[in-house]
Design a binder for this molecule. Sequence first.
Ligand code: KG4
Ligand code: ZN
Length: 344
Amino acid sequence: MKILGIETSCDETAAAIVEDGRRVVSNVVYTQIPLHVPYGGVVPEIASRAHIEKISEVVRAALVEKVDAVAVTYGPGLSPALIVGLNAAKGLAKSLGVPLFGINHIEAHLHTPFLDSDMEPSEMVPALGLAISGGHTTWVDMPQYGVYNVVGQTLDDAAGEAFDKAAKLLGLGYPGGPKVDKISREYVGDFIPFPKGRPREGVSALAGLPAECCVSFSGLKTALLRYVQKEGGAEALAAAGKIPQIVASYQEAIVQAVADRTLTALKRRKCKSLIVGGGVSLNSRLRTVLGEVCKRAGVKLLMAQPKYCGDNGAMIAALAYYRRNKSGEEAMRLDVSPSLDFEA
Ligand code: KG4
Ligand code: ZN
């Protein structure tokens, strides 16, 4: 079964065809990043307009074969951006006379390790899932494929957001994650001991989750801000050549926090694998450290190929093949769901 997946939740206009949930037939991603760079972050109005301008071209380029269904992200994401993809997908499904599937973007990120692989998702569970992106840092128990119970999460910023905000503060540009990663890779030396993302007990109790399974990056962000202020500002630090040490130390704090909570979560349940998805899973240090964590825990690490880590239509098409939960008339009546979370 061939499915066309459409994705417009944030700043990528993307479409792809995937056969039987794993074989990628085509994959077209138009990134709007250059449009948002002058603003230091994604501007919803600009994103929406760019999706409108590009969606037909992107879908046409991806539609290299006849498809049996159309799948589309309906949340979470930016409402004016999601609307463009959802409406395009509804119109296309109707005109092609094929069913439509509504897909949860964050859940689709957790399907990316299976793209172009020969792994059967149902054979990789029970698993721990880690969705780590610009909007999410969430650990989910996956007793079966497609069943998710949230067992840990960030209590404030997502890891990607923490990278992006630090990069902005240090004048490194947008998006911050790839820049922080690159600078850190080239740094050799001591780390500044920034806080390791531990939430206060009472705060995590409010989210109904144990503190040892959650992260909080607000303390880390404040520590960075204070450090920069104390040292005379970002420009002074750049002139003194201190940016690499700060950036690498900040990245290490995030990576160690995520690694520590992941190991705790893995120790608490019987898992065959750790399934990681989302833009931050591109981070080279995180990939290495999670590899070590999985070795210690005796589980298999499943991560996507780098080309499938960021937002794309392939993950939407692929998940639709396995999920098929929002379909038919229900999908045709779907509205966008900007704050959609994991659904069981
Ligand atoms: O999954 P994604 O493309 O969009 C969302 O669903 O949010 O993730 C985007 C996030 C951004 O915050 C970006 O800075 C981060 O992923 N990111 C990285 C890296 N590449 C992208 N973070 C750390 N290291 C990277 N190499
Ligand atoms: Zn995403």
